[in-house]
Write a protein that binds this ligand. Structure first.
Ligand code: ZN
Length: 609
């Protein structure tokens, strides 16, 4: 049985009054109904009046939803109706489809379409024109993309920097608020150099709130007069004045092109951005006798249209940091944070990368180790950056921090990365870091004695930053992150090493019995390593990272000891012994997360006791 008969039979069973009749019609051309092969003409009530729509069933219906069309253009222009009559009724990503009842799927979609049409006819969803303004804007013909970083919270008319950058046989348009690091950021994000680029005048005109603008009709471009009227008549008086001031400035750059970007306030505190390029072929004639371009006042095309010009609508793609972060669930509140990562080995490198990815504004990386071939299957950087060519010394291994800096700044150009290829102690003693500016320290060295020392040094500061110590256990049994100095000084790394009844010290957080040696050596002295995999390192890094972000956001309080527990079979097969702490359930580990605190700790105990 074909799908249409199937649906018809199913729908007969329902008591419903929105699908009044259905007649299969031939789909002469598969592109006529957006590739739907099966098409029906249906009669539905719109405002109580029987009305004809077309419905197409895509190849994978009901996995794919039916498509509805107003082919005879009965409703003229309503929001969400496209030029071919297609009615865009739903964001299909979030809709769960019960494939067993294709007829019911059709009916529930139809309900939405009827609602969409009725709202459109009554004007109740005219807001949607604002919400969809950018989508409509992009349907003009011969558009160009402009990548723009605009701070829409600033509602002043102002100039942006706009470059026209040659890319192969074409040009890229990139605009930004004036930014000292623009060259670096553009290079990192777009892979193009601003050196070859010509800079042009670009004005940003944010419209006053309450502006109600209907977008251009499909495939019919706004001309210069439309753009000028829409923008200038919707500026508040101060912004209008600013526009005329900027428009009157003498230009040093060529005036062949002028760019205008409008900002339209739309619901939910958002802005629709749309632009226009105005090409003035005669502007380049303003040269002096030696054929150099001279500074000249060419009136802004909004003030006086050039005798000859060509306009092109600009579709704006955003690349400002807040926008990029918010799209991915990143935290724009982290961009003011400064985090110091001590140790950028397998765990520290993952942590540093995670912090950049979360939008942390500044990283300081401290590690005196070099990056070598031995690192690549555990370290975040992999096989990249293992060597560089030195003028005198030939092939050399870079410092880990230097390799990380190159990697991170090229991937996350909004994050500042500062590095010290030294031991923590010397950085600390030289006073290189202003600890008052640091929001968080994460120590991922994995050497207890170094970390005890750092713990002691940081506890000695008048206002020490929150500090997390993190390390991984051998052979996949687990990893830990200890949060300290988070609002109060109780609980520290030293607490973990409280002497036992026989006055011996060991790490009490450990999942392995103390005094076992896990280090392996392949080539003898100097290359000992603890056996753990990149997965163990990643899990541990994630544990520390999550704790760190919660500390930065003020969600995590106090100084918990956090642990993840892994599989112990490889560990036990080799004859190693687990600690009693390993036998605790996840719930118990959580419950006891503050129990490590040692009331007699020489570092963090209450003074005067
Ligand atoms: Zn302590």
């Amino acid at each position: 049985m074909d799908i249409l008969t199937l649906i018809q039979d199913e729908i007969k069973e329902y008591d419903q009054n929105i699908l009044l009749s259905m007649t299969p019609i031939p789909s002469d051309n598969r592109f006529n109904y957006r590739r739907c092969k099966n098409v029906m003409e249906i009669m539905v009530p719109i405002n109580g009046k029987p009305t004809v729509l077309a419905v197409g069933f895509p190849e994978f219906f009901p996995k794919e939803l039916p498509k509805f069309f107003d082919r005879s253009n009965q409703f003229n222009r309503i929001p969400h109706k496209e030029p071919d009559g297609f009615l865009c009724f739903s964001n299909t990503e979030s809709m769960l489809i019960d494939e067993r009842y294709p007829g019911a799927v059709l009916l529930s979609c139809l309900e939405k379409v009827i609602e969409l049409i009725e709202k459109g006819l009554s004007g109740a969803n005219n807001d949607e024109y604002l919400v969809e303004f950018e989508a409509y804007w992009s349907r003009q013909t011969q558009t160009k993309i402009t990548y723009a970083s605009i701070n829409t919270e600033n509602t002043q008319v102002r100039e942006l920097d706009l470059w026209r950058i040659p890319v192969k046989s074409s040009f890229a348009l990139i605009a930004t608020e004036t930014h000292a690091d623009a060259t670096t950021i553009v290079k990192a994000l777009f892979g193009v150099s601003l050196k070859e680029a010509e800079k042009y005048r670009c004005m940003y005109l944010p419209l006053k709130s309450g502006t109600n603008k209907t977008p251009p009709k499909y495939f019919s471009n706004w001309d210069l007069a439309d753009m000028k009227a829409s923008l200038l008549s919707n500026l508040d008086p101060l912004n209008k004045k600013r526009f005329h001031q900027i428009a009157a400035l003498k230009r040093k750059s060529p005036n062949t092109y002028d760019y205008v970007i409008g900002g339209l306030p739309i619901p939910n505190n958002n802005w629709a951005l749309f632009g226009m390029e105005i090409y003035n072929p005669r502007a380049s004639l303003y040269t002096n006798r030696k054929n150099r371009k001279i500074a000249s006042i060419i009136l802004h095309p909004f003030v006086q249209a050039p005798p000859e010009y060509k306009t092109t609508p600009l579709v704006i793609k955003r690349w400002n940091q807040d926008y990029l972060l918010n799209r991915t669930g990143g935290q724009s509140s982290l961009k003011a944070k400064h985090v110091v990562v001590v140790g950028v080995g397998a765990i520290g490198s993952e942590i540093a990368n995670g912090l950049s990815k979360s939008g942390v504004g500044k990283l300081t990386l401290i590690d005196d180790d070099t990056y070598t071939l031995d690192n690549i299957y555990r370290h975040y950087l992999g096989g990249k950056f293992v060597f560089y060519e030195s003028e005198q010394l030939g092939l050399r291994n870079p410092e880990k921090v230097a390799a990380m800096q190159v990697d991170q700044t090229s991937k996350y150009p909004f994050t500042k990365v500062e590095i010290y290829a030294e031991k923590f102690r010397s950085v600390f003693d030289q006073g290189s870091i202003d600890w008052k500016t640091v929001d968080l320290v994460i120590c991922a060295i994995g050497k207890p004695n170094d970390e005890m020392h750092i713990n002691q040094l940081l506890h000695g500061l008048p206002n020490p930053p929150a500090t997390i110590y993190t390390w991984v256990e051998p052979l996949g049994i687990g990893g830990h992150a200890l949060v300290t100095l988070n609002d109060n000084k109780r609980g520290c790394y030293q607490c973990l090493f409280k002497p036992d009844s026989t006055d011996q010290i060991s790490n009490r957080a450990s999942f392995s019995q103390p005094f076992q040696d896990f280090s392996r050596s392949i080539t003898g002295c100097g290359s000992f390593f603890t056996p753990y995999s990149f997965l163990d390192a990643s899990k541990t890094a994630n544990l520390a990272l999550e704790a760190g972000i919660k500390v930065l956001l003020g969600i995590e309080k106090g100084s918990p000891l956090l642990s993840w527990k892994g599989d112990s079979s490889a560990f036990e097969q080799l004859g190693y012994q687990l600690s009693s702490r390993y036998s605790f359930s996840v719930e118990k580990l959580h419950e006891l997360r503050y129990h490590y605190i040692d009331d007699d700790c020489p570092i963090c105990r209450e003074r005067g006791e």
